[in-house]
Design a protein around this ligand. Structure first.
Ligand SMILES: [Zn+2]
Length: 160
């Protein structure tokens, strides 16, 4: 099975990047491959757009992609019906290359603005966008959802 997890989903994403971070490091189950591919295609649009706008190499680092229902239950702040369980959601950070050894993070507020613009122009799918102090959540659920999960701010808190 190992070879399949090196499978390239798009130019810059491989399937293992979306594995569950539970103890057994559960890989994305095969029935969810179409979902994770769809998610990766949307993130690839973001990758290309950021590279074009900033004129630098881009790295999107997936903190959390697929989650087993068991792992989702144990994730603090996770929504009960999290799209992570369907491999349609990713929590991530976007970095721009400074030099051979250095990457700097594009602030989540800027990444969010870029995603909103790409959704408006129809190149990224509508979905859920949550901003946190650690980065962004994006899912391609198809319907609009927005939330702010940063601490010490007013507004509804939603799962990550
Ligand atoms: Zn999330």
């Amino acid at each position: 099975m190992a070879y399949i997890h090196r499978m390239r989903l798009t130019r810059n994403f491989r399937i293992w990047e979306f594995r569950c971070h539970d103890k057994s490091v559960t890989q994305v189950p095969e029935p969810l491959f179409p979902n994770v591919r769809r998610l990766a295609r949307n993130l690839q649009v973001l990758h290309y757009a950021a590279a074009a706008i900033y004129g630098r190499d881009v790295k999107i680092s997936i903190r959390s992609g697929y989650r087993t229902p068991e792992h989702n239950d144990k994730t603090p702040g996770a929504a009960d019906k999290s799209y992570h369980q369907e491999a349609l959601a990713a929590d991530f950070n976007l970095f721009l290359k400074v030099d051979a050894k250095t990457w700097e993070e594009l602030p989540p507020t800027e990444v969010r603005s870029l995603i909103l613009e790409l959704i408006r122009e129809g190149t990224m799918e509508e979905g859920g966008i949550g901003i946190y102090d650690w980065g962004l959540h994006y899912d391609c659920r198809g319907t609009r959802a927005r939330w702010d999960g940063r601490p010490r701010r007013k507004g509804p808190k939603r799962g990550k």
